[in-house]
Design a protein around this ligand. Structure first.
Ligand code: AMP
Ligand code: MN
Ligand code: MN
Length: 317
């Protein structure tokens, strides 16, 4: 059921035992909005657990609250849960929490147009980031924002907006950023932590760039990482931005083989709707940033995704 901001706030206010989760392969928004909401609710006297069923990126460990994130849920943790809050995704990308929380009431707070609308309660907003929605929730409740909450929410907004530069940056986004700085967020601490990379990653970018292919008459740029290269790299966050900026490129695609027959696909565009392509391939996302997982070897994944992109560009002519 789609609900309003007001109803979202009253559900959160009424709950005492809350479990918060976010999508697998978590990014700054998934983790920032989870820690931000979790810390805030705890400050309001509630029992809160944060469970994200995947590896967490190490560069977000500067956030207070990072260490308390559980990597897997157990049935015990869900015994007396009043509310399972799912952030920055729908019910399809939260690992096995769906089964564990079978009897829990679910509140989904998200900003993806591809949301499957399966939660008991869904607050879906057109915000830049889920963290911006959490900022709206706290503001609506007229509650104070602590420095830890501010840092986490600022991080979520900054990562989803490319530090306030993508088209999802609206005046309300800047306004939220300003209020979060007033509440104690430090933009330089966030950007330094997120942008700093181990030397091996920078060297990995060189290898990744050597796989660059330009297709569809210069309109598509792709990088394709095989399993040995992918598994040698701790993170490939931001790799797609290396090719997104190429002049004339409308769609950038980054495919990495995370297992021999499992490839993760990321797409970026300058306005062309890549979420439709991702949805067709079983994934989702936003108009300008979307992704999917293909259960096939790298070469097949590459052919499949390039064909879908080329067909989509052709049929849009
Ligand atoms: P990424 O390229 O991983 O940064 O993801 C870009 C956007 O696409 C994000 O908003 C993701 O939530 C979404 N996305 C990525 N992979 C998937 C997937 N397998 N299913 C649904 N949405 C996805
Ligand atoms: Mn996300
Ligand atoms: Mn997000």
């Amino acid at each position: 059921m789609n609900i309003s901001l007001e109803k979202t706030c009253s559900l959160l206010e009424a709950a005492n035992n809350v479990v918060i989760t976010a999508h697998v392969n978590p990014d700054g928004d998934a983790i920032g909005s989870s820690i931000g909401l979790g810390t805030f609710l705890e400050e309001q006297g509630k029992n809160v657990k944060i469970v994200i069923c995947d590896k967490l990126p190490r560069n977000l460990s500067f956030l207070h609250g990072y260490d308390r994130i559980q990597r897997s849920g157990d049935a015990e943790a869900f015994k007396d849960v009043d509310l399972l809050v799912i952030l920055d995704t729908d019910m399809s990308r939260i690992g096995n929490l769906n089964e564990l929380a079978k009897n829990a009431k679910t509140l989904n707070i998200d900003h993806h147009i591809s949301n499957d609308q399966k939660a008991d309660y869904l607050y879906l907003a057109k915000s830049s980031a889920t963290a911006e929605i959490i900022f709206d929730v706290i503001s609506y409740m007229k509650a104070p924002i602590s420095a830890d909450v501010a840092m986490a929410l600022y991080t979520g907004i900054a990562t989803d907006t490319g530090f306030f530069k993508y088209s999802n940056t609206r005046s309300s986004t800047m306004m939220a950023g300003a209020k979060l700085i007033e509440a104690g967020a430090s933009p330089n601490v966030v950007s330094e932590a997120i942008e700093e990379k181990p030397l091996e990653i920078v060297k990995g970018q060189i290898e990744a760039l050597s796989t660059l292919e330009i297709t569809s008459n210069g309109r598509v740029a792709g990088m394709f990482l095989d399993y040995p290269l992918t598994s040698s790299l701790e993170s490939t966050e931001g790799f797609i931005d290396l090719i997104r900026v190429i002049e004339g490129v409308e769609v950038a695609v980054f495919v990495k083989s995370v297992e021999e027959k499992v490839c993760r696909v990321s797409m970026r565009s300058k306005g062309f709707d890549v979420s439709k392509i991702a949805m067709k391939l079983g994934g989702g996302g936003h108009i300008r940033a979307a992704g999917c997982t293909l259960y096939m070897p790298l070469q097949e994944a590459k052919t499949t995704v390039l064909k879908e992109i080329s067909d989509a560009l052709e049929s849009a002519k």
